[in-house]
Ligand binder design. Sequence first.
Ligand code: CP3
Length: 345
Amino acid sequence: MDKPLLNALQGKQPEVPPVWIMRQAGRFLPEYRAIRKENSFLDMCKKPELATEVTLLPVEMFDMDGAILFSDILIPIEPMGLNLEFIEGRGPVFHNPVRTREHVEALKSEGVSEDVGFVYEAVSRLRKYLPDDKTLIGFAGAPFTMACYMVEGGASRNYTWLKSMMYNDERSFRLLMEKLTTVLEGYLSSQIRAGAEAIQLFDTFGGILSPFDYERYVFSYVKRIFTTLKRQFPGTPLIYFAKNGFAFFPLLQELEADCLGVDWSVSLTDAAKRSGNSFVLQGNMDPVVLFGGSDVIEREARRVISEGRTIKGHIFNLGHGILPETPVQSVRTLIKVIRCSQPSS
Ligand code: CP3
């Protein structure tokens, strides 16, 4: 059976771009909220039956080409030794943030990926239930984005703790990044072994650094993860999404990735040029367009699709996660516009 999303990631672009949406298995779905009412978010991540059910919801409702595993980038941090809590209305909080050399040294990294067996169980269940034409995407947060949460202790405005560690105590910062890289290599390899057909690495906070600091402090770890995965699993496509990462797109050409995620602050055409036309691009409609009328949704989706036809390959997605307040009907409209977009139209 043909898998449009996997094909596109492997450079065999279908006529109509394949589509999935970041955070598609989330709070904008009434069905999600109903399950969530009975279970905590962490429980949903840790129970493979629930994670499987929630992953499949948007795939069935909207006929998405991709299913992204229901989990969270912060899941592997708990077994490293931090206490993770999701607080209603505030988001994730670590009550024991990593601030000193001793804190970093105390973090576990060896064997951590084996402590989250529930993730791999969900992945292998999903491969059983997912229709053959759909592609199962595994994921993780990139080391820097994970480090941001661990050092700040939660969401942050200026990332002062993290950047202070980076500038003033580079050895501790690098040890933390090393440990995270080791954990993530094991974690992503295990997801692929369990049945993930493609991997996306989320570097949501990459763009808070200057391109110089990104190159100096962050890039080598991202590169190591991609090199390791490509060597172990040459047939598994890899996606890198760095929000606000346009400034360092030229550098990303060194990455053994197949696809780059693009946010809506740049055109796909410029993103392709700046990354040497060497990647399939994924994105990049503004998530808030889905709060507009169907005429606006259609106009914007068509613009993104026609730009996508001029580059090496294109997977339709939003430029970041779908927002919880998004009307479900807008997603239906969007998918209809994409499916009806033959090259001549
Ligand atoms: O995309 C998907 O549908 C798959 C699941 C997924 C979730 N989080 C589920 C989730 C993925 C891929 C993530 C990634 C993630 N998590 C990122 C990187 C990508 C991005 O969107 O920037 C980050 C930074 C996080 C950390 C995180 N998790 C935050 C900041 C929050 C709270 C705020 C928010 O957006 O809800 C979460 C919680 C979370 N992760 C929820 C879901 C469905 C909501 C939990 C709830 O029901 O209350």
